[in-house]
Design a protein around this ligand. Structure first.
Ligand SMILES: [Zn+2]
Length: 419
């Protein structure tokens, strides 16, 4: 293993035990966790990470977004560090591995460096980004977006959870507890960012691969369609006078589903929310508002399909009116080839069967991509299940992923910043 100076010191058992230990914060009855952003449970889990880091001499830092960094100092502290990490917040009924793996694998990389007796040229920092999931404070990826300058601090601080508490208040509570964790400015330069994550899909398992080198993240557009009709009596109003907003919305959703189908089954089209007013069994609906989530890895196709949505809705409106508003347009992105090559070489070096794979889900790496050279790897999760208490990953796969990360981080931290 002489050619693997750092990866040979990755301890798969320690990595596994830390997943189990972190899963105690916000533990649920069926094996999952409820550890939403800036909750008591997440703050406690974060303190545990700080304890683990300090035990091997890592220096913790935080910033105005509540991101947590654990710094392994490099031989030249003036050089921008290599960031490695993900998130430790979860959905209300999330699993033990989503996000957590990327953070714990980064910490394991630092453990491996310590055990090897080597010091990288650049500092390596484990990072846990604040609020990736966006279940309590929507939308997610807040910490990485603020760090990368993609959103304004004032706009994010004003976001409120369903109970009315603001991000600002929740962050203050967190930062008051972290009195001994120093603050640094948002958006300090970084040489690179690496994120390891469970796949959250079935491809690696089906292909019998241990590691996926992520080529990029597919594009996403979201819309809100508001259909306006007129309230009327279910027993007396004849069809000829009805302006039934729910019926029109149903026709639109059906027509959209047909229009968005492709033979290759690449397009992802979802209507996940429908709000009906007044939502009463014996009243013709006056208003129906539904969400549209459209994703595709090709920028042109995403543009073309998304641009058809308003016309398709209008064609199905009948006696009602419809307004379609776009809420988000994140184009697809491709991670730099240099970083993908470093990750692929690392996978081959540690003997992990690997493949190139596209990411269907968004990750913190989306925002970091526009900030510094960024790459991702996936490891399999059982049956592709995620955002579910049943989420599961194999100990050996997690260890293999951490070894790939270790070798790739060692390369990135040993020389000039890649392009
Ligand atoms: Zn995640």
């Amino acid at each position: 293993m002489a050619t693997l100076p750092i990866a040979q010191f990755v301890d798969g058992e320690r990595l596994w035990q830390r997943h189990m230990a972190l899963a105690r914060f916000g533990a649920l009855a069926n094996g999952g966790v409820n550890r939403q952003a800036l909750s008591e449970e997440e703050i406690a889990a974060r303190a545990e990470l700080v304890r683990w880091g300090r035990a091997i001499g890592l220096a913790p830092f935080t910033d105005a977004a509540g991101n947590l960094f654990l710094r392994l100092e490099g031989r030249d502290p003036s050089l921008p560090p290599v960031l490695v990490g993900s998130h430790i917040d979860s959905q209300p009924s999330g699993g033990k591995f989503d996000g957590v793996f990327g953070v714990l694998a980064a910490l394991e990389v630092q453990e491996a460096f310590r055990a090897s007796g080597r010091t990288p040229l650049r500092a390596i920092e484990t990072v846990a980004w604040m609020n990736e999931e966006g279940s309590r404070f929507a939308p997610g990826m807040m910490g990485s977006a603020l760090y990368a300058g993609a959103r304004s601090v004032a706009e994010v601080l004003a976001v409120r959870d369903p109970a009315g508490e603001s991000v600002e208040t929740a962050l203050k509570a967190l930062l008051a507890r972290d009195v001994d964790v120093p603050h640094r400015a948002l958006g300090r330069p970084a040489a690179a960012f690496l994120e390891a994550h469970i796949e959250q899909g079935p491809v690696l398992e089906l292909e019998g691969k241990t590691v996926g080198v992520v080529t990029g993240i597919q594009g996403k557009r979201t819309f809100r369609a508001t259909v306006t009709g007129e309230e009327n009596h279910a027993g007396t109003a004849p069809r000829s006078v009805r302006r039934d907003a729910l019926l029109a919305a149903a026709a639109m959703i059906g027509a959209l589903d047909v229009a968005m189908r492709d033979a290759e089954d690449v397009t992802r089209f979802t209507v996940g929310r429908l709000e009906v007013t007044p939502n009463a069994p014996s009243v013709v609906a006056a208003k129906a508002v539904f969400s549209i989530d459209l994703r595709h890895p090709d920028a042109g196709t995403l543009q073309r399909l998304g641009d058809r949505i308003a016309d398709i809705c209008r064609a199905q409106a009948g006696p009602c009116e419809v307004a379609v508003a776009q809420l988000l347009h994140d184009p697809p992105l491709s991670f730099p080839r240099d970083i993908r090559n470093i990750l692929a070489k690392a996978a081959a070096a540690v003997g992990a069967p690997w493949m190139a794979i596209a990411s269907g889900a968004g990750h913190d790496a989306r925002y970091l991509h526009y900030f510094c050279p960024t790459g991702m790897i996936f490891v399999p999760c059982r049956n592709g299940i995620s955002h579910n208490e049943a989420e599961w990953a194999e100990k050996d796969h997690l260890a293999a992923g951490a070894r790939v990360l270790a070798e790739a981080a060692a390369v990135l931290a040993s020389n000039g910043a890649p392009r």
